[in-house]
Ligand binder design. Structure first.
Ligand SMILES: Nc1ncnc2c1ncn2[C@@H]1O[C@H](COP(=O)(O)OP(=O)(O)O)[C@@H](O)[C@H]1O
Ligand SMILES: [Mg+2]
Length: 175
């Protein structure tokens, strides 16, 4: 099961993330893939907000920290593997622990650790389709995530832009 969503702006991407984040449950893993500047971190801002992370809990830039933990409805882990050298390094860092359902875990550059990823997860590929436009291809792997993709598809109907603006002011700062 796969859906393709179009984003027309960074705030649109955050809005999509927010909607998905609302649906996330303890133990969920979201893998994000896409080139530098694709919008993975923007999407995670939305995921975190949707998972109940408040703006005031912002910690530090994940460029220097591989794993950031935020308090949301459930613990929210933001993992950024941009600077990861190898899968072995990920093992040494104890990354596997975070892939075992301690909270909601969102992983940027998830394709860097193919053998460490669980088989079941939500896989999101972001592609740059223009200066302000992006495509988001969302695939569910495993029963839970097939279900989730179904729910995401339903939640994408009837989106109100005024709601997006109201929510925008409460978004966490993750960069
Ligand atoms: N539709 C869009 N969705 C997300 N980001 C966008 C979009 N259009 C332009 N951008 C810009 O692209 C950049 C994405 O950055 P970021 O989310 O940090 O990417 P990544 O984490 O994938 O490297 C930001 O500067 C953002 O303003
Ligand atoms: Mg990023």
């Amino acid at each position: 099961m796969k859906i393709l969503l179009k984003s027309r702006s960074p705030s649109d991407t955050i809005r999509i993330g927010n909607r998905i984040g609302n649906l996330l449950l303890l133990g969920d893993i979201v893998a994000l893939v896409g080139e530098l500047g694709a919008g993975k971190t923007q999407l995670i801002k939305g995921l975190a907000a949707g998972a109940g992370v408040r703006k005031t809990t912002y910690v530090s830039s994940p460029s220097f920290t591989l794993i950031n933990e935020y308090a949301g409805r459930v613990p929210f882990y933001h993992i950024d593997l941009f600077r990861l050298g190898s899968e072995k390094e990920a093992e040494e860092l104890g990354l596997e622990e975070y892939l075992q359902g301690r909270g909601v875990t969102a992983i940027e550059w998830a394709d860097k650790i193919p053998s460490l990823l669980p088989k079941e997860l939500l896989w999101i590929e972001i592609r740059n389709t223009g200066r302000k436009t992006r495509s988001l291809e969302i695939t569910g792997k495993g029963e839970r995530y097939l279900n989730l993709v179904d729910q995401i598809q339903s939640s994408e109907f009837g989106v109100g832009s005024s709601e997006t603006r109201r929510r925008g002011s409460r978004l966490p700062t993750i960069c």
